[in-house]
Design a protein around this ligand. Structure first.
Ligand SMILES: *Cc1c(COP(=O)(O)O)cnc(C)c1O
Length: 363
């Protein structure tokens, strides 16, 4: 039987442990939600959400209605909030899925008042992100005319930090102060400001619930510092060919890498179509045994070439697997080498890999 080209191993116990360790950092009475949008950051919502539910998580955030309905099928009793908001056309789906819209502007509030039938909604106020959420002028109107919220069962008021991963950024404090002022002008409701990194800014940022996503999946909420989270995914790719290359020859498209000595190169069954970002060519490396082998030349659509001159040939025969992500070289390490962030690495991995879930709940 054919062996898989790549194996993506997802440790659900590590994800649950990450959720619990974030929860343990919260001030008393603060609830830890979980953000599982984009198929749980590419990791697989169908596996992650039930595991987090079993760990005790009761409030989940996804981006859109389709994700919300899919999650409702998995978790009949969870509270499920939709970050992208509400549109009048979606009233039926929201009712059917008992979905909680995150209302981002006055129009959505108006439409929700007509459609809600008393069901809860979360209000999103913008404190500096300028992306989603009521801009300051709209939030001020709610303050001066509370009747605009008549009939809205407020399950929360939230805002989102722009630079929470950088403790030194003054904007964190500015947003915190702005959020506090807004809360005073709005009807009382559970408040939420922090996602993964914001939790580490301390209890002043915790309010009543927090919304971590990336850190659950092992991404470092404190880039530049030791990662407090457990690595949750491992990725292996198969060697398709190993070969000798003469001194002076180049490897791959555009000949961007020229070998300075006679070398050995292995070609792996993984490329940018599988999420191994092309920008990591000539920069990242893979693990073979306890050594690292640099990626040489451009990353191709389905292939990567690595320099294995210094690696034990017994470990590099066709059919052997090498480590692309593991406990020693995680999503943040590859992200740094590829010039991006762990969020993009996770969500680009895609559906092609042979997946193995560890810590699966058996009914
Ligand atoms: C994606 C998202 C989160 C989760 O953020 P992480 O940095 O992944 O923890 C929280 N809140 C909002 C509004 C989001 O869009």
């Amino acid at each position: 039987m054919a062996t898989p080209d790549t194996i993506l191993e997802i440790d659900l116990d590590a994800i649950a442990a990450n959720w619990r360790s974030l929860r343990a950092r919260l001030k008393l009475g603060c609830e830890a939600a979980a953000v599982v949008k984009a198929d749980a950051y590419g990791v697989g919502m169908a596996h992650v959400a039930p595991r987090l539910w079993r760990a005790g998580c009761r409030l989940f955030f996804v981006a859109d209605v389709g994700e919300g309905l899919a999650l409702r099928r998995l978790l009949p009793d969870a509270r499920i909030a939709i970050l992208n908001g509400f549109e009048a056309k979606a009233g039926r789906e929201f009712a059917r899925g008992r979905l909680i819209p995150v209302l981002n502007h006055l129009r959505q509030i108006k439409d929700w008042r007509k459609a809600s039938r008393g069901n809860p909604a979360i209000l999103h106020v913008d404190t500096g992100m300028a992306r989603l959420g009521l801009p300051p002028t709209e939030a001020a109107r709610l303050g001066t005319d509370p009747s605009l919220l008549d009939g809205v069962a407020l399950a929360g008021v939230m805002s989102h930090l722009t630079t929470a991963w950088n403790r030194a950024a003054k904007v964190n404090r500015t947003q915190l102060d702005a959020f506090r002022v807004l809360l005073k002008s709005l009807p009382p409701a559970p408040a939420s400001l922090a996602s993964s990194s914001g939790i580490f800014l301390g209890p002043a940022y915790h309010f009543d619930f927090v919304r971590p996503g990336a850190a659950l999946y092992g991404a470092n909420p404190l880039p530049g510092h030791t990662n407090p989270m457990k690595q949750a995914i491992k990725l292996k790719a198969k060697i398709l060919q190993d070969r000798n290359i003469d001194k002076g020859q180049t490897v791959g498209y555009d000949g961007t890498f020229r070998v300075r000595r006679s070398s050995r190169v292995a070609t792996l069954a993984m490329g940018y179509a599988d999420g191994w970002l092309r920008t990591a060519g000539n920069r990242a490396s893979v693990g073979i045994g306890d050594k690292r082998a640099p990626i040489v030349g451009r990353i191709s659509m389905d292939l990567i070439t690595v320099d294995i001159t210094d690696i034990d040939p017994k470990l590099t025969r066709p059919g052997a697997y090498v480590d692309l992500l593991d406990d020693r070289y995680g999503v943040d390490d590859f992200a740094t080498d590829a010039g991006t962030i762990a969020y993009e690495v996770l969500t680009q991995l895609g559906g092609k890999h042979h997946r193995v879930y560890r810590g699966v709940i058996h009914a």
